[in-house]
Ligand binder design. Sequence first.
Ligand SMILES: Nc1ncnc2c1ncn2[C@@H]1O[C@H](COP(=O)(O)OP(=O)(O)OP(=O)(O)O)[C@@H](O)[C@H]1O
Length: 588
Amino acid sequence: MKELQHLNKYFLKYKVHLLTGIFITIVARIFLLFTPRLVREIFVIVEKYKAGNVTEGTTIESELTIIILYIIGAAIVGGILTFFMRQAIINVSRYIEYDLKNEIYNQYQKLSLNFYKKNRTGDLMNRISEDVGRVRMYVGPAIMYSINTITLFVIALIYMFNTAPKLALYTIVPLPVLSIVIYKLSKEIHHRSTIVQEYLSKLSTYTQESFSGISIIKAYGIEQLTSTNFNELAATSKQKQISLAKVQAWFFPMMILLIGISNLLVIYIGGMQYINGEIESLGTIAEFIIYVNMLTWPVATVGWVTSIVQQAEASQKRINEFLKIEPEIKNNVKAHTEITGDITFNNVSFTYDDTNIQALNNISFNIKAGETLAVIGKTGSGKSTILDLIGRLYDIDTGSIIINNIEINKHNLSDLRNAIGYVPQDAFLFSDSIKNNIKFGKEDATDDDVFEAAKNAQVHKNIIKFNNGYNTVLGERGITLSGGQKQRVSIARAIIKSPKILLFDDCLSAVDTETEEKILKNLNKLSKGKTTIIVSHRISSAKNADNIIVLDNGEIVQKGTHESLINVDGYYKHLYLKQLSETVSNQI
Ligand SMILES: Nc1ncnc2c1ncn2[C@@H]1O[C@H](COP(=O)(O)OP(=O)(O)OP(=O)(O)O)[C@@H](O)[C@H]1O
């Protein structure tokens, strides 16, 4: 139960609802337990009448009518209260489920990229959905049934031992057996349903991947193979479902058997006692039979609740593991810090934790506010890493990054990130309209702002050709747009917020050189007064920059302007000549 203590703060938050629920539960049980005693009363009156103790037919009729009305009244009141009990306690479980999901989601948002690299998306999703669902079962049904069982048991046992102690003892003997059997069954059911869940999630992951990669599957003509794989998975899943159904099928027969045994015991022992004169009325036997039936379900739930609590404990443990993680990248400053875009790297080195790859080694450069820096280099030379470090997605190992004379980790983190417009290498678009995808960069942007940004990114003409224009909804990961269009929408998203720092990570690779030229021209206008870093494999993107650095294997191997670099031997000149000859041969 240690892990579940995390929920105590929520119980405290909803204490009024919970206490009301508990109070209603107790009152509801008291009303429902009137019935067995009233049934006994009916027997007693009829027995008296048969024995000739009451002669007036009308008296017995009115007595019976009153008792029947009591029974109906108690059932109605008990029923209404049971409704409110469920409303109070089950609602609290939904409130807590909501709060817990938000708590986990907020924690996920705070955690750094390293966390996401170490944990699979499926696992993150499971903890926020299935694990929270299991915890809710503890908060709601488990607590409700426990209060229910305890109240019912205490009141019923008091009534039973008061009426016929020996019979009461015999009646409750099979109940612990019932509880243990149900507990064992619930555990087995849980075990098998976990396996079923695993197969279901394998099936849905497989299906989802097949549909996402449908173009590859069709292009390689492997529909038959994917279908066979799917069938195999589905067949195993079916087997597991059947094996689960087998155990589940035992649940009710076992309950009926044990209720039957208890009923038989009541009738046999009660009957013997009646014959011996130890109990006065057959009504006591009827009363006890009702108790047995009333107690059976709550007793069965003891086993069920135990297994729910165990599952909830295991799930909360998994949730707590993530909640306890301290975000690696923390905001150390509450006050706002100003960012105009002056960036300096002083001997910066950085190694990725998980792969142990040293991506940057002793990097130093300075960009004055408003200037443009181009970063050129082979793949894997560390270009994107530089951009990630400016956005503080990772903290550096050695050296320092200074922005506006303040070390990067002494800046208010959200001010820093708000000052940056970042266009990643792989444009990611949400399954939403094109307009909303662009407005993602600036929530309060007007339609005109959106059009302006799209025009500057040279994508406006493409968008207006779609039937729904800017309201065109993009499929999963923007499947309706071409690679180049996606990159340009992503550029529009970055420039719409008019940030102080613009970071372009090889984001023109999928557009033709003519469009690239136009976009760069527009960017040139837009980036007046803004610091811009352009990562690229193309000289055409870099040539107009105020400064260019060439990276190789995490180190700066060349520095200078386009003019200076094409005049010295090195990677830049080599690349320039290569791309120049490609352009010339394309024109011939
Ligand atoms: N998230 C990451 N986790 C671990 N290692 C990484 C990560 N990102 C990059 N690396 C490694 O760091 C090195 C530098 O990668 P980086 O992405 O900065 O290169 P790049 O110059 O931008 O390459 P490209 O031009 O192909 O985009 C590479 O060896 C890469 O394998």
